[in-house]
Design a protein around this ligand. Structure first.
Ligand SMILES: [Zn+2]
Length: 172
C-alpha cells in the first residue's frame, strides 16, 4: 500500500469528467485504501479520485470522525440558502478563497461494498461534499469564486502553473 501523488493544478486530469464506477473490483478497493492513506485522518478534508490521477467517480470525505468513501455519489437536493466560507484544496497548495455554496445537500452514493447509502450534510460537511463532487465533473473551486477572490489568488495560480510546467520539463 502506497501513498499516492496528489495532482496539482493545472494538471489536465483535474478538468476531466470522471467515469462511473461500474463494478467495485479489488483494484477499486485498493485505490480507495491508498486514497485514505494519502489524506490521513482528522484533517477535515476530502479527496476525489481525479486528484490522484484516476478519472473515476470516487470521493473521500473526512469530517474529523473518520473517513467515508463514496462511490458514484450524486446530489439529490440542495438548499436554496447559501453560505460563504473559506475553502482550500489539496490540488491547490496555499490557495484559500471564499466560496458561496448551498448550506445543505442530500447525497446518494454507494459504499465500498456497493450498498446504496444516503446522507444529509450541512455547513462544513456539505461544503466538503460539494467541493469533492465538483471534482468528479472537472469543476474546480476557483471557478466558483467572484472576481475579487480571483484577483486575490491570481499570483498564486500563476506560480502553480509555472511550477507544473517546470516539473513536466524535468520529467522528460
Ligand atoms: Zn479539491
Amino acid at each position: 500500500m502506497n501513498k499516492l501523488e496528489i495532482r496539482k493544478y493545472p494538471d489536465p486530469v483535474l478538468k476531466k469528467k470522471a467515469e462511473e464506477v461500474k463494478e467495485i473490483t479489488p483494484e477499486i478497493r485498493k485505490l480507495i485504501e491508498e486514497m485514505v492513506l494519502t489524506i490521513g485522518e482528522g484533517k477535515g478534508v476530502g479527496l476525489a479520485a481525479p486528484q490522484v490521477g484516476v478519472s473515476k467517480r470516487i470521493i473521500l470525505f473526512e469530517t474529523g470522525e473518520g473517513v467515508t468513501a463514496l462511490i458514484n455519489p450524486k446530489i439529490n437536493k440542495k438548499s436554496k440558502k447559501q453560505f460563504i466560507d473559506i475553502e482550500g484544496c489539496l490540488s491547490f497548495p496555499d490557495v484559500w478563497v471564499k466560496v458561496k455554496r448551498p448550506e445543505r445537500v442530500e447525497v446518494e452514493a454507494q459504499d465500498i461494498l456497493g450498498r446504496k447509502i444516503q446522507m444529509e450534510a450541512s455547513m462544513m460537511a456539505s461544503r466538503v461534499l460539494q467541493h469533492e463532487l465538483d471534482h468528479l465533473d472537472g469543476v474546480l473551486f476557483i471557478e466558483r469564486i467572484n472576481l475579487l477572490e480571483k484577483l486575490k489568488v491570481r499570483d498564486k495560480l500563476n506560480k502553480l502553473k509555472k511550477k507544473y510546467a517546470s516539473n513536466r520539463k524535468s520529467d522528460k
